[in-house]
Design a protein around this ligand. Structure first.
Ligand code: ARG
Length: 445
């Protein structure tokens, strides 16, 4: 059955039919399509298009379809898309009344409505996934409150920080991702139904009532815009691409930190694999795949932006690909966030190795320069003095705390003996936002 056969003499070429068919992808919209159709049927009842009896049989028929079919069952059925499946199945069930359901609407406003309902739910699920990752990070931060690691710039040891400060850096990134998704949800929350194919509907549908029934905050103001607006898809993809970018940075850090060269972390065997050839290997495949999927999701964003660019105003069939794009990104992001959470929850910290690296006293060079500043030496001069000390220690193959600093400035005679201990270096950065701040040990925000 086709929703548009009347004008045609010929049947579509099978290969075109295969291309045109979206049911394999949009079957996941089954429940939202039925919800939206039930709301539309009520609007048709309220403007006198349906009798009470017709409305009742439509409403009941739709409810039955929801109970009788799962998206997986529907996927392989011989219909063009989920809207065709629902309408055809309804008409088989209840007869003539089913043929009245599509009055005053088009698949263009219908699919935009369905997809917005879907994306609202998807955002809710992702926000919960993000919160779970944040939670795992805060737990690790609290569990290892005394652990220190080097912070790196240019991937060279820079200054020691608390492990909790490291974890909370990602809590911050993910907080912004969560915030962005929730802000974007407000712009998804608009009902297109009632926009028809492009110009609106000839029937006085109570759109506000439909919006209330479906839980939309607002109704769209312009039917031409509403039927071809996919900003919400672009925003979703852009927000998850950035979320994945953050996840990939954590993944990359941990791939390094769990290597023999760093030796800070031991990944669980549950998220690693062995080698078919090299018996000794324990590879960080979970984290590597998160890193790769970040690229794949960014590609989906880029591809969909290209699809939208220059698209003529009004609905075009190109828009059918919006589901392919968003659903694949959504699946990859959910998988990645779940694996990431599990990886964080199961990682072991090799705190002795971390501490040893954090105790590299060259990372206290800035603190030495700042010590001289407290004695009245201008920073530019103190930087120079300490740089000479660093150079001398390097030349002698010694640590910075192993040479006599008084050779470089008499003020160093007053230097407290544990001045370069990493705990002291960390504690000194006690201002808000610093690794020594009490705040860096508080709960999530
Ligand atoms: N399957 C289509 C989509 O996902 C539904 C809308 C079809 N509209 C049309 N005028 N052919 O976009």
């Amino acid at each position: 059955m086709k929703l548009w056969q009347g004008r045609f003499d010929e049947q579509p070429e099978p290969v075109f039919e295969k291309m045109n068919r979206s049911l394999g992808v949009d079957a996941v919209l089954l429940d939202v399509d039925i919800r939206a159709s039930r709301a539309h049927a009520r609007a048709l009842l309220n403007c006198g298009i349906l009798t009470q009896a017709e409305w009742q049989s439509i409403d009941k028929g739709l409810e039955e379809i929801l109970l009788e079919y799962t998206p997986d069952q529907v996927k392989a059925m011989p219909y063009e898309d989920v809207h065709t499946f629902v309408e055809a199945t309804l008409t088989q069930k209840i007869g003539a009344a089913g043929q009245k359901l599509h009055t005053g609407r088009s698949r263009n406003d219908q699919v935009a409505t369905d997809f917005r309902l879907f994306v609202k739910k998807a955002i809710g699920l992702l926000v919960a996934d993000i919160e779970a990752v944040q939670h795992a990070l805060v737990e690790s931060a609290n569990k290892h409150a005394a652990a220190l690691i080097p912070a790196y710039t240019h991937l060279r040891r820079a200054q020691p920080i608390r492990w909790s400060h490291y974890c909370r850096a990602f809590v911050e990134m993910f907080a912004r991702d969560r915030e962005r998704l929730m802000e974007a949800a407000g712009r998804v929350d608009v009902l297109p139904l009632g926009s028809g194919a492009v110009a609106g509907s000839n029937f006085p549908l109570d759109r506000e009532a439909v919006a209330r029934e479906l839980g939309f905050a607002r109704i769209s103001a312009n039917s031409l815009d509403a039927t071809c607006d996919r900003d919400f898809v672009v925003e979703f993809l852009s927000n998850v691409a950035l979320l994945m970018t953050h996840a990939s940075r954590l993944a990359e850090d941990w791939i390094l930190y769990s290597s023999d060269e760093f030796g800070f972390l031991e990944l669980s065997e549950k998220v690693t694999t062995g080698s078919s050839l090299m018996p000794q290997k324990k590879n960080p495949d979970g984290l590597e795949l998160i890193r790769a999927k970040a690229a794949v999701v960014a590609g989906v964003l880029s591809g969909f932006l290209s699809l939208m660019k220059g698209l003529p105003t009004g609905y075009n069939k190109d828009l059918q690909e919006d589901k392919v794009a968003l659903l694949s990104a959504f699946e990859n992001v959910r998988l990645s966030m779940t694996v990431l959470r599990f990886t964080i929850q199961t990682v072991e910290l090799k705190t002795a190795r971390m501490m040893k690296a954090a105790a590299d006293s060259f990372m206290g060079a800035t603190d030495l320069a700042d010590f001289l500043v407290t004695k009245g030496v201008p920073f530019r001069a103190s930087h120079e003095i300490v740089a000479r000390a660093v150079r001398s220690a390097l030349d002698q193959g010694k640590q910075l705390d192993e040479i006599d600093l008084r050779e470089f400035s008499p003020f160093f005679a007053d230097l407290p003996p544990d001045y370069l201990a990493p705990e002291r270096i960390v504690a000194r950065k006690a201002l808000i936002g610093g690794t020594g701040a009490a705040l860096s040990n508080s709960g999530t925000r």
